[in-house]
Design a protein around this ligand. Sequence first.
Ligand SMILES: Cc1ncc(COP(=O)(O)O)c(C=O)c1O
Length: 404
Amino acid sequence: MTTVEFRTPEALAEAERWTAHNYHPLPVVVAEAEGAWVTDVDGVRYLDFLAGYSALNFGHRHPGLIAAAHAQLDRVTLTSRAFVHDQFGAFCRGLAALCGKDMVLPMNTGAEAVETAIKVARKWGYRVKGVAAEQAEIIVAADNFHGRTTTIVSFSTDPDARADFGPYTPGFVVVPYGDLAAVRDAITPNTVAVLMEPIQGEAGVLVPPAGFLAGLRELCTETDVLMIADEIQSGLGRTGKTFAIEHDGVVPDMYVLGKALGGGIVPVSAVAADRAVLGVLRPGEHGSTFGGNPLACAVGTEVVKLLETGEFQERSARLGARLHAGLEALIGQGVVAVRGRGLWAGVDIDPALMTGRQACERLAERRVLAKDTHGSTIRLAPPLVVTEEDLDHALAQLAAVLRG
Ligand SMILES: Cc1ncc(COP(=O)(O)O)c(C=O)c1O
């Protein structure tokens, strides 16, 4: 008799023993991945409906992105910004053009790009708007998620993200998300920027009320305040357009990008803005050793090229309609509400049935990977290369989980 040895328990135990417990992962140990599918250490295949929180918009190991990375690995991978390398200008030009902005500033993680946006807005406030030293204020939304640095958690309203990490960075004013009157009331002569997610991802894929973003754009222009859109999770094709804010016909003063910009291969983030804003920075005032490195730029250039085709935005819009129709059909059958745009959905499960975490655990047992947010909400965000068959399969698994 042969005994089959499963590697998952040991791999889970090892990870549990040797890491800080700052995450609560599902008990799946991934060994390989391609497209919308991952395979665990025991050879079990799962459909990935999280896509690295939108970092894998183009799927796992997209062939064009992998080829660009391989080619660059054989040339040069790091110079630091002390020198210019031959991938830098092309990446920045391409990304600026995609954003319709004059220039970009590349960093690595999303949080670093948000920090960059905050620093640029403050500096712009002092040097261009004429705010008195140390007085700059930035308006943000309740239930925001912009990253994990000490400054960013200072204006988080999530106790898990914020508590015990003070003292906090001052200069932020929190208003309810989607409430234009509250933003108007919060603006003072010292306000330099409004920083918001066009759709709040971590909060449960919350789409603001119709007209909010357009109204915010007008208000920011009227009051000489920078409108900063954190498109780290919502951007780069996820919602059926290059930027989620496009659905509202709005162009912000600054885009903050990350996640999918690195093609799921390297951390690449950036801010994009016009010269009047980003031009305030001088040598020595901001930077990052790895920001804009050759490998990141080579992959980022290919990401920009993929987005220029419009193919992924189109897929997200088309398949997103199918996903949302399928989810709407589950309302009353274990689903209470569905929100989102394109291939991005926040699904509120009836709390009487199960928590979001339990729903994700049961989905994982059925070989579909998704992640809960708060309470009984789960978030679905498959890679944009997912097929219609895959979508229908995931919907069927969710329906089965809800039936119990
Ligand atoms: C909207 C938004 N901003 C910022 C971040 C932070 O990005 P990172 O985890 O790369 O620092 C995230 C990550 O989930 C995000 O969703």
